[in-house]
Design a protein around this ligand. Structure first.
Ligand code: 5GP
Length: 196
């Protein structure tokens, strides 16, 4: 049962880079359009196809520092050489409106959310193995070899913290992982049908 935060609900999804969180979250949103996915701020460069304001708000390091100084971020962290943060205002507004808000963020941010919103439900997505995670990161060809190494090193630290989360889900079979996430978020849903 997801506990309420104010009047809405807050769910955090964390897991190492390349584990497939993004794809899981996209499928979840297609099936549950009422969920609000927070769009983060980042200083990293857009990947091909990424849209400013949809995938991320792409900002300069100076703009990011200003957001921190103005306390406009609910949480923020440095990850693999870039800064990432959750805009405070949008998330607080949606929660007040009673909407289920989803944050897809890394470990440090998830820890900050646990401190500020202890009622938030926190899910950790695990890869079937480190070698499979490495294969997925290399296959998507979105990062340089150095960036992949940074992400894999970070993955070891993040996976070691999986027990801090309320729920751990292994993303070996995508449909099964999606069904598990859905079951955790919506335990009252009848029979899950994943054919699309
Ligand atoms: P990517 O560069 O692959 O899009 O994201 C790198 C990592 O940053 C991922 O683990 C992603 O979940 C995390 N991330 C994305 N947005 C935020 C955010 O607003 N705050 C924090 N703490 N992490 C984020």
């Amino acid at each position: 049962m997801i506990q309420t935060v104010g009047t809405g609900k807050l769910v955090v999804i964390t897991g190492p880079s390349g584990v497939g969180k993004g794809t899981l979250v996209r499928s979840l949103l297609e099936r549950h359009p009422d969920i609000y996915l927070s769009v983060s701020m980042t200083t990293r460069s857009p990947r091909p196809g990424e849209v400013n304001g949809k995938d991320y708000f792409f900002v300069t390091p100076e703009q990011f520092q200003d957001l921190i100084a103005a306390e406009q971020l609910l949480e923020w962290a440095q990850f693999a050489g870039n800064y990432y943060g959750t805009p405070r205002q949008q998330v607080e507004e949606k929660i007040k409106q009673g909407i289920l808000v989803l944050l897809e963020i890394e470990l440090e941010g998830a820890r900050q959310i646990r401190a500020s919103f202890p009622q938030a439900l926190r899910l950790f997505i695990l890869p079937p193995s480190m070698s499979e995670l490495e294969r997925r990161l290399r296959d998507r060809q979105s990062e340089s070899p150095e960036a992949i190494t940074r992400r894999l090193n970070r993955a070891i630290i993040e996976i070691a913290a999986a027990d801090e989360f309320d729920v751990q889900i292994v993303n070996d079979d995508f449909d099964r992982a999606l069904a598990e996430v859905e079951l955790v978020l919506f335990p009252d849903l009848p029979e899950l049908s994943l054919q699309s």
